[in-house]
Design a protein around this ligand. Structure first.
Ligand SMILES: C[S@@+](CC[C@H](N)C(=O)[O-])C[C@H]1O[C@@H](n2cnc3c(N)ncnc32)[C@H](O)[C@@H]1O
Length: 253
């Protein structure tokens, strides 16, 4: 069953720093495709964001890991909270928010390591951002309402995704947005099968994750956009895992 320890190794921390902050010049072997697969959180925000309400806006990034999307949301919203249950991610995101350059390393091959550096985007006002440790299935009641709630690749990593999704309509203000992405990698080690949103044969045929999302969200949200968003997880210099997340933007009625 799910244990947050999966995300607590130095190796996974480095993979997420690379996923969120790698620069194109760091990955010469990916020339030609790098623009389409690097900096996944930045592309998620840019590709999913629709019209936002006027005024002083609040956003919440649930399952923020090392915080790149949280920083990107601060380009559009005056107050952004990044929340994750893994303290190591939140501590690292907090160092980036404090304008520290975070050094990390990933394998080149075998025991050879390649050094990298990550920093928060220079042109983002980091004073708009704050990070906190928290559980998406049990978000603190006094957190308030948001114009935008963002959750990238979270739901198929949660034990009880439905608890988070049922809470969404209370978190998003009327007219606001919920932006979700998921690769729909349903695995029992993260999510007991009875809690999967899709990926199984139902009474009336195959149930896909988007079907599960529609059933849960359509009473209070309208599906505004659906996009495919590719990204790479680096294992070593010549081996990457290509994942294509399904991104959906939901407008609260
Ligand atoms: C697959 S990673 C995605 C990270 C980031 N959003 C991204 O797109 O790169 C899933 C993240 O969700 C976090 N997570 C999993 N279950 C959670 C929960 N119940 N509450 C808060 N965060 C959770 C993990 O710690 C991890 O950072």
């Amino acid at each position: 069953m799910f244990t947050p320890a999966f995300y607590e190794s130095t190796e996974v921390l480095a993979q997420y720093l690379w996923l969120h902050y790698a620069a194109r010049e760091d990955v010469a072997l990916l020339n030609g495709i790098a623009g389409g697969v690097l900096n996944f959180p930045e592309r998620c925000v840019n590709e999913l964001l629709g019209a936002l309400p006027e005024g002083r806006l609040r956003a919440l990034d649930v399952g923020c890991a090392v915080g790149r999307a949280t920083f990107e949301l601060a380009r559009h919203c005056e107050e952004v909270i990044g929340l994750d249950r893994v303290p190591q991610f939140i501590e690292t995101a907090e160092r980036l928010r404090a304008r520290e350059t975070v050094l990390y390393a990933l394998p080149i091959e075998g025991e050879l390591m390649q050094p990298f550096a990550a920093w928060a985007p220079d042109d983002v006002d980091v004073t708009r951002v704050r990070f906190e440790v928290g559980d998406a299935a049990n978000i603190r009641r006094d957190i308030g309402e948001f114009d935008l709630v963002f959750a990238a690749n979270l739901i198929c990593r949660m034990m009880e995704p439905i608890r988070f999704l049922s809470r969404l309509s209370g978190l998003v203000k009327p007219g606001g947005l919920a932006l979700l992405t998921t690769p729909s990698t349903w695995r029992q080690i993260f999510t007991p099968r009875e809690n999967w949103l899709g990926g199984y044969e139902g009474e009336h045929g195959p149930v896909r994750t988007l079907d599960g999302l529609r059933e849960l969200l359509e009473p209070t949200f309208v599906l505004e956009r659906r996009v495919d968003i590719p990204f790479l997880i680096r294992e070593h210099a010549r081996k990457f895992e290509l994942v294509i997340a399904e991104g959906t933007a939901w407008r609260k009625r």
